[in-house]
Write a protein that binds this ligand. Structure first.
Ligand SMILES: NC(=O)c1ccc[n+]([C@@H]2O[C@H](COP(=O)([O-])OP(=O)(O)OC[C@H]3O[C@@H](n4cnc5c(N)ncnc54)[C@H](O)[C@@H]3O)[C@@H](O)[C@H]2O)c1
Length: 333
């Protein structure tokens, strides 16, 4: 079976991971060409991976069968709609945009073209989360009573990235909010607390640490904790408690080695999302290629991305007002 030729726009932190996976790991998707607004950056990566470089987004569309968009969030909407109107299936990194109105307009414009549109919530393709989700959906956990999930970066990203990120809840918490909907169901109430332990975040009007409490429509409760700078390593862990069983996904270690000294055992930890997800980022692009081939709907749709965005916006509103937000209320971010 020939691989779907994906043109990749944006070869920064996330784009490089997609590029490498498309060249080396994916079975159904390949890298047709790369394009970046920083032409020198695109050229260096293209020569490292021995793939063509496009001089513009239009040229990328001409050279590709589908596109993957890993540019800053504020550019996703325009690139997604341009690609979709050119008949290209679109894989778009999360979130779809920085505000609700643009997110809705983008989803509607892309849906009107009929192309496949998948958003980059990679945990839905990670073997650990998929196994847990399948068993929860099959009823093996019984009634879900509690979700606990953590996403903590080891070190904060570049300040330039933060300025265009959409803020903590839209950029970071949105991953856990998508997982919450996927594993437990719809959320009816969100309460959030945030803090900026690093003054650089406060200067941007942003935070680097947050706790979010969720109430689900089925009566379950959820708690999310997130950090931009946990310092000890990258942690992404989830626990779902039910009346019959509890599923727990812990942060894996880099190596099997444990070093023991009297009274202490030490293990190394993964440092970032690239190390934590050797399979998920490749699997999401292979799944996207399979949807393009078969016409099946993607596992993560634009509507899922909008629902996660609404929850992130609710968390943002709750943090700013100090009050819980019910999801029937208007949210603004
Ligand atoms: N799914 C995940 O786990 C995950 C992780 C990190 C980032 N992301 C998402 O990926 C996106 C990119 O994040 P990043 O950390 O890689 O950012 P980055 O700043 O490291 O890289 C962005 C790249 O896009 C290029 N660029 C900017 N405007 C462009 C345009 N109009 N056309 C083409 N190229 C353009 C920049 O030159 C840069 O190389 C963000 O939307 C972010 O939310 C997702």
């Amino acid at each position: 079976m020939s691989k779907l030729g994906i043109g990749l726009a944006g070869v920064g932190r996330m784009g490089r991971i997609h590029a490498t996976n498309l060249v080396a790991r994916c079975a159904r998707a390949g890298l047709a060409c790369v394009y970046d607004a920083d032409a020198a950056r695109a050229k260096i990566l293209a020569s490292q991976l021995d793939v063509p470089v496009a001089a513009s987004f239009d040229e990328l569309l001409e050279r590709s069968e589908a596109v993957a968009i890993a540019t800053p969030t504020g550019t996703h909407a325009e690139l997604s709609v341009t690609a979709a109107r050119a008949g290209m299936p679109v894989f778009c990194e999360k979130p779809v945009s920085l505000d609700r109105a643009t997110t809705v307009a983008t989803i509607e414009a892309v849906e009107a073209t009929g192309v496949v549109f998948q958003v980059g919530f990679h945990r839905r393709f990670d073997p650990d989360w998929v196994a847990a989700a399948d068993r929860i959906a099959a009823g093996e956990l019984g009634e879900v009573t509690l979700l606990r999930t953590s996403l903590r970066d080891m070190n904060p990203p570049d300040p330039a990235y933060l300025a265009g990120s959409g803020g903590f809840f839209v950029d970071v918490t949105v991953h856990d909010l998508d997982v919450a909907r996927w594993l437990v169901g719809e959320v009816v109430e969100v309460s959030a607390h945030g803090a900026a332990s690093d003054p650089a975040f406060a200067e941007l009007g942003d935070i680097d640490t947050a706790v979010v409490v969720l109430r689900f429509a089925n009566g379950a409760l959820g708690v999310i904790d997130n950090s931009r700078g946990a310092r000890y390593g990258y942690e992404c862990s989830t626990e779902v408690m039910g009346t019959l069983a509890t599923a727990r996904i812990d942060a894996p270690h880099r190596r099997g080695l444990e070093w023991r000294t009297p009274g202490t055992a030490s293990r190394d930890l993964v440092r970032d999302f690239e190390e934590r997800y050797p399979h998920a980022y490749a699997a999401e692009l292979d799944a996207f290629a399979e949807c393009v081939r078969t016409g099946a709907p993607p596992r993560v749709t634009g509507r899922d991305a909008l629902a996660a965005f609404d929850l992130a916006a609710a968390a943002d509103t709750s943090w700013r007002t100090g009050r819980p937000v019910t999801l029937s209320q208007e949210v603004s971010a």
